[in-house]
Ligand binder design. Structure first.
Ligand SMILES: NC(=O)c1ccc[n+]([C@@H]2O[C@H](COP(=O)([O-])OP(=O)(O)OC[C@H]3O[C@@H](n4cnc5c(N)ncnc54)[C@H](O)[C@@H]3O)[C@@H](O)[C@H]2O)c1
Length: 367
């Protein structure tokens, strides 16, 4: 059987720096766990613009469509701020998401015990937190028509439309139920069925899909109440499924419960391909961090944990994903910290490569 394929798009700024550490880990899996990937690297974002005058070439797009999974670093930077909107680095990422039809965005909010003090919430509220937010990514109010700013009488009116088809709700709900089956078998669906028709339909369709997953305990919550509960007692949740707009807000809020941007992975999944694997793109939540790029300060953990998500959701290697997550946890527990994880000025921070090497050492120790 051929090796699974990975397309790596490191991108701009700290993207290539954090991805270099992921490459070490990919090599470790090939050498130590007999888990070898066929890796191809290509350009995206500003790097692709510099080389080709576009943030994503058609050839790279085609490679992404063919790959078993895509791993992306980050795109963007001040150098590209002056570019026309159509060729801005972010357009490369948006094209990938759109053409791969990645409708389910998975954002875990996991609090490593060693970092519980970094949260703005009390330690006992967040320590051990492990929730997953599934955000619908390709429809809803960010895409609905009509939209625009029109003249009405003597004033302007801004218009956006929240629109969801049954099929769109059904497919993202199924992704969330499948995830819940692999986790704690609890799913909370969030909408505003009290004031929005799209919310009423959302609730109805999710309830129908639930019949195919009798083992999963389903609950519904209004999204505003959900936001409150996330801050009050986030550990009550396992998987949350919600629409594009609410998911945008709730996933950012939940993410910050856990401390640093440098620790947050994500996955965007689409429909299954012929081999049964979902179309998939994995990337850290953070951007290209131009303020620290080129200084060996970037925390590679978000990108490393994104690869762990790839192991779990694209390659059915849940045990190896857990091994990698535990390795990161051990490194943090041992006190290894990049600068973003330090409050104390007196401690010398680990460099990006030192953090990556510490994770490799923890992987070795796990054997
Ligand atoms: N998915 C993406 O590629 C993506 C996401 C967000 C922003 N961006 C782009 O990135 C550029 C910078 O945006 P921004 O500054 O708003 O967001 P950012 O995430 O790049 O940085 C925000 C802050 O967090 C820090 N930070 C981020 N990642 C870190 C890491 N791994 N380790 C240590 N510190 C880290 C940065 O130093 C900065 O102080 C912009 O061009 C923006 O458009 C890209």
């Amino acid at each position: 059987m051929s090796n699974p394929s990975l397309l790596i798009l490191a991108g701009d700024g700290i993207g290539p720096e954090v991805m270099a550490e992921v490459r070490k880990i990919i090599d470790w899996y090939g050498a130590k766990r007999d888990l070898t990937f066929d890796v191809e690297e290509d350009l995206v974002g500003g790097a692709a613009y510099d080389a080709h005058g576009t943030p994503l070439t058609d050839e790279t797009m085609e490679k992404a469509q063919q790959a078993d999974a895509v791993l992306l670093g980050a795109v963007g930077g001040p150098k590209y701020d002056v570019l026309d909107f159509s060729v801005k680095p972010e357009r490369g990422l948006l094209r990938l998401r759109k053409e791969m039809d990645l409708f389910a965005n998975l954002r875990p909010a996991q609090c490593f015990d060693a970092l519980a003090d970094f949260s703005s919430l009390k330690k006992d509220v967040v320590a051990g937190l492990d929730i997953m937010i599934v955000r619908e990514l390709t429809s809803g109010i960010y895409f609905g028509e009509p939209r625009g700013i029109i003249e009405e009488g003597n004033q302007r009116v801004g218009i956006n439309t929240q629109r969801y088809t049954e099929a769109e709700i059904d497919r993202v709900a199924r992704s969330a139920f499948e995830l819940a089956m692999k986790r704690g078998k609890k799913l909370c669906s969030m909408e505003k069925a009290n004031v929005m028709e799209s919310g009423i339909l959302w609730r109805e369709v999710v309830t129908e899909v639930a019949k195919d997953y009798p083992e999963v305990e389903l609950s519904h919550m209004y999204a505003d109440a959900g936001a409150m509960q996330l801050c009050r007692w986030p550990k009550q949740f396992d998987v949350i499924v919600t629409d594009n707009l609410f998911g945008d807000l709730l996933s950012d809020a939940a993410a910050m419960l856990t401390g640093s941007l440098g620790m947050l992975p994500s996955a965007s999944l689409g429909a299954p391909m012929a081999n049964g694997r979902p179309k998939a793109l994995y990337e850290p939540v953070h951007g290209s961090a131009p303020d620290i790029a080129g200084q060996a300060k970037a925390n590679p953990c978000a990108c490393i944990l994104s690869f762990a998500m790839a192991l779990r959701y694209s390659f059915d290697q849940g045990e190896e994903a857990t091994r990698l997550e535990k390795a990161v946890e051990k490194v943090l527990a041992d006190g290894v910290r990049t600068a973003d994880l330090l409050n104390d000025e007196g401690i010398t921070p680990a460099t990006t490569a030192q953090m990556g090497d510490a994770v490799i050492a923890a992987l070795d120790a796990s054997l």
